[in-house]
Design a protein around this ligand. Sequence first.
Ligand SMILES: *Cc1c(COP(=O)(O)O)cnc(C)c1O
Length: 364
Amino acid sequence: MRKVPFLDIGRMHQSIRDDLDAAYRRVTDSGWFIMGPELEAFEAEFAAYSGAKHCIGVGNGLEALHLLLRAYDIGPGDEVIVPSNTFIATWLAVSQCGAIPVPVEPCSDTYNLDPALLAAAITTRTRAIMPVHLYGQPADMDPINELAKKHGLKVIEDAAQSQGARYKGRCAGALADAAATSFYPGKNLGALGDGGAVLTSDDSVAARVRQLRNYGSTVKYQHDVAGFNTRLDELQAAFLRVKLPLLDAGNARRREIAALYTAGLAQADVVLPVVGADIESVWHLYVIRSKQRDALKAHLERAGVSTVIHYPTPPHLQACYPEYKDFSLPIAASQAGELLSLPMSPLLDQGDIDHVIQSVLSFR
Ligand SMILES: *Cc1c(COP(=O)(O)O)cnc(C)c1O
């Protein structure tokens, strides 16, 4: 029986092994492992790719979000609007600063923050909105930015799942005041370990994040603020420099696969993903919805098709957030029981795609 893995990261590196080996040797021979020429070069290359003026490499995506909130002096007493249906990191970044995550529900078709629900969530304590470009699709940024401007709020994109995605022709990561992204190995642009970056065109925010990631220091052994140690290391930066030039081709292949899934599953008894107008998703995930999700997942498993649930429990129902357990967030809560992510990787071939489609269609 054919087996379709959910995502085969190891195999993705086979075709670029010589380049990765050369990057490894370049760094190990240089003897310089932290804050060196590879990081500087990657930051310039990724900033140019995204269209933001600055890129600051940090330890992971959560830290990228966290340092941005710190850079904006967001802390105790402040509120930050977050999606109710995101990965926990979006909320944790806010809580880590001592600020309060204020959840807003998503649109039921795109799964992204519903701009129509935002105004009601804004209070005198609101400082920022953190839309997530979930599953690779940018949120509807124009009304979000407009509302933020009206209320004097910052907009911070969580672009961890959307490297290379576009909204009205512009790249995710350059659609608001600042953005955070993640190079966790499973992301569209993944390192060979943890990594993340802040993107912004604001000089002073960029300078603050640079300082915060490196012990609050801009001059060695001089610490002007109580900072953190969260830096993208030279090896990961060198590996990312090998992988960045391949990102667009990988995203294009994901788009083809998504189109084949959507065409092939038109008659299936599941809800298919919808992409908004003027938006180019990079299909980090292809997420379908079914009332019989668990039975469908088991059926696919028996057919050799690996699937994953993103995410089985929304942040407000996690044990780490007991104060939210009685919040009424019915869209996030009900979707968590119905969502299922099909295999998605640039390496899927036509046989894999057909097998996934046939397996979903054969579920009764
Ligand atoms: C992966 C992810 C993060 C966190 O990135 P890490 O590098 O794993 O810390 C944040 N937000 C979203 C939406 C993510 O998918």
